[in-house]
Design a protein around this ligand. Structure first.
Ligand SMILES: Cc1ncc(C[n+]2csc(CCOP(=O)(O)OP(=O)(O)O)c2C)c(N)n1
Ligand SMILES: [Mg+2]
Length: 689
């Protein structure tokens, strides 16, 4: 061993010991996998990753995703040892370390920058939140797709490599077993994402024990089938072979690469190596001492960072990253002079700003009793916006023609393996993979949308939750939003989906009532910076409300608004609805008026936006003293008591739907204006008792 090689071992062992010590101090966490994969992270970061620790948000940096988020100490050690700096949400560099020594000592404790699993936005240098296994992998595919699109869009003669970052993801058996990894690998192989490298920690161990309990597929063959380049490193400690594998990735131009690395969980621990006992709990003091002995480490030292370790990273990834980053910014000056418009786009995109005039072509819709489906209105509005926002792109899980999310204007184009310049993406029938990929795209700052039927949002739910947790402005378009789907029957009729989406903190759910509310919804969505949105749309036509008679649709921005009122502004009963049920309430309002009953109609397209309004506005829309209330939504009534009150009448679904023409379903499940009228009268009677 040369001195250099010996010191590299010391660096690798530093990562291992930090993980053991931090988990032990926290008395919780996962020591075994950071110990095993330390050489892999070391080789990748210090020799290859184009990452500047001083500027962890440089747009052309390589991305590193730790898909097995439980091995978080591996990432925290890298961020600390490389001296990665903190950046605040306004993209300002703070100068201080992202992960301080004290954060590592306080792993998993309140306010530490080292939470149990890596959290985007909380710890600078963490590229995506991971923990739900497999999601990081699919997110990395979205990052690689966004990189591909950006390269075709921004790179120009003389600037062929302005955008050419690579995306690396490390994963374990769990990630590879999860279905989402198959969706993601299949899509990445199809799209020939040669800027994508996954590293599979093949340690044969999961929580319950040896993988032979539940996993016997040939992973290499599977990925070859997905169209990947597969290479193998027989020993995670072999830095030479690791180096060779990364070189293979870098020279592979036509496919993504999977590096299968055979490793020993808790490498070096005398009793727990290769056992599931090393997965999810501290090793224990004695075992740690044994491992340290094995590494030739002072066995009583805790949180030891030997002299020269920081310096080693400074001279490796630090120096390389800074040079690349500085050269990039130097060239951006020239780029700006030569391609001012593109440079402006790149800047705005990276800062989540919109271009001037982004909303200038948004249509408004004339009153029409026949009207149109809100999915159709959405398609028109989306196209009007996307034409003026070059980095707004997306697609569907094979339901584009139904969800009306296809971009049809000149130059919209297709995103294809050999020409990734288009803005129409085809995710295939892979809802979960799609949603996670949208997160990856949003992390690279593309404005991404994806669509499917509302019923299948369940398939995507884990990744939607992560959009909200990461505060990413991903746009979900969910159509066929009720039993209004009709003949397809209960398998395709969403019941509880809207309520369950509303239950996700931070997700803005919008269910517009007509074409003009749909246009307003898109205006709100485009201005979101840190919240994902779910736009819930009808398959069937709904009347376009006459806004000269009723209140303007711009009220949508406040979440709920008085659509039809009584002359003195003092209603006796409130009719509350969203989406396709709003017009039912308007009809009921007119009928009640004819009978001298004062009913106010409140359209509530977004609970989240409404709940954010000042109390005064909320009390103005829903006067607390008016307790006679009827809510109408063709969905589970779960949650409606919040607005209808405990004594209010909630018209909704209490069972699954049925396969039948819409008009028969409406009758069977009681969604007619007459039911609203009857409920309103009953409410009045009860409230006057
Ligand atoms: C979707 C999901 N299911 C279950 C878990 C709980 N879990 C965390 S780690 C783990 C085992 C993972 O095994 P592997 O990926 O091989 O990691 P290793 O033990 O080798 O580090 C499980 C089941 C999770 N985090 N995410
Ligand atoms: Mg494993």
């Amino acid at each position: 061993m040369t001195d250099q090689e010996r010191f590299e071992q010391t660096v690798v062992n530093t990562i291992r010991c930090l993980a053991m010590d931090a988990v032990q101090a926290a008395n919780s966490g996962h020591p075994g996998t950071p110990m095993a994969m330390a050489p892999v992270a070391y080789t990748l970061w210090n020799r290859h990753l184009r990452f500047d620790p001083a500027d962890p948000i440089w747009p052309n940096r390589d991305r590193f995703v730790l898909s097995m988020g439980h091995a978080s100490m591996l990432l925290y050690s890298m961020l600390h040892l490389t001296g990665t700096r903190a950046v605040n949400p306004s993209y300002e560099k703070l100068g201080e370390l992202s992960v301080k020594f004290d954060d590592i000592k306080r792993f998993r404790q309140i306010d530490s920058k080292c939470p149990g699993h890596p959290e985007y936005r909380w710890t600078s240098g963490v590229e995506t939140t991971t923990g739900p296994l497999g999601n990081g992998l699919a997110t990395s595919v979205g990052m690689a797709m966004a990189g591909r699109w950006m390269a075709t869009h921004f790179n120009r003669p003389g600037f062929e490599d302005l955008i050419d970052f690579n995306v690396y993801a490390i994963c374990g058996d769990g990630c590879i077993m999860e279905g989402i990894s198959a969706e993601a690998a299949s899509l990445a192989g199809h799209l020939k994402l040669s800027n994508l490298c996954w590293i599979y920690d093949n340690n044969y161990i999961t929580i319950e024990g040896h993988t032979e309990l539940a996993f016997s597929e040939d992973v290499a063959t599977r990925f070859i089938g997905h169209g990947w380049n597969v290479t193998r490193v027989g020993d995670a400690n072999d830095l030479v072979m690791l180096e060779r594998a990364f070189r293979t990735f870098l020279s592979t131009r036509d496919r993504p690469t999977l590096i299968i690395v055979d490793s020993h969980i808790a490498y070096g621990a005398p009793n727990k190596q290769d056992t599931s006992a090393a997965h999810g709990e501290p090793l224990g003091e004695e075992e740690i001492k044994g491992a340290k002995r094995h590494y030739g480490w002072p066995e009583d030292a805790k949180f030891l960072i030997p002299d020269g370790v920081y310096d080693h990273f400074r001279k490796g990834v630090g120096k390389r990253g800074k040079e690349l980053r500085d050269a990039w910014f130097a060239r951006i000056g020239e780029y700006k002079a030569k391609y001012p418009e593109l440079a402006d786009q790149l800047y705005r995109m990276q800062h989540r700003q919109l271009p001037e005039g982004w909303d200038k072509d948004i249509p408004s819709f004339a009153p029409d009793a026949k009207g149109m489906a809100t999915r159709d209105a959405s398609g028109k509005v989306l196209n009007a916006i996307a034409k003026n926002v070059p980095w707004l792109m997306g697609g569907s899980a094979d339901l584009g023609p139904s969800c009306k999310t296809r971009l049809t204007f000149d130059g919209a184009g297709e995103f294809e393996a050999d020409n990734p310049s288009g803005r129409n993406l085809h995710f295939g029938i892979r809802e979960h993979g799609m949603a996670a990929a949208l997160n990856g795209m949003a992390l690279v700052k593309v404005r991404a949308f994806g669509s499917t039927f509302l019923i299948f949002s369940d398939y995507a739910r884990a990744a939607i939750r992560l959009s909200a947790l990461m505060e990413l402005p991903v746009i979900y378009v969910f159509t066929h939003d009720s039993i209004g789907v009709g003949e397809d029957g209960p398998t395709h009729q969403p019941i509880e989906q809207v309520a369950s989406l509303r239950a996700i903190p931070g997700l803005i759910v919008l269910r517009p009532a007509d074409a003009n509310e749909t246009a307003e919804a898109w205006k709100v969505i485009m201005k979101l910076h840190h919240e994902p949105a779910a736009l819930i749309l009808t398959r069937q036509a709904v009347p376009t409300i006459d806004r000269s008679k009723y209140a303007p649709a711009s009220g949508l921005a406040r979440g709920a608004y008085v659509l039809a009122d009584v002359p003195d502004g003092k209603p006796d009963v409130l009719l509350l609805a969203t989406g396709s049920e709003v017009v039912l309430c308007l009809e009921a309002h007119e009928r009640l008026k004819a009978e001298g009953i004062k009913a106010r109609v409140v359209s509530i397209p977004s609970w989240e936006l409404f709940d954010d309004q000042p109390q005064e506005y909320r009390d103005h829309v829903l006067p607390p003293d008016v307790t006679a209330r009827v809510s109408v939504e063709k969905a589970s009534t779960f949650g409606w008591a919040k607005y209808a009150g405990a004594s209010g009448h909630r018209i909704g679904m209490r069972s699954f739907g049925a396969s039948a023409p819409l008009k028969d379903l409406v009758k069977k499940f009681g969604f007619g204006a007459e039911q609203v009228v009857a409920a309103a009268k009953e409410q009045l009677r009860l409230s006057r008792r």
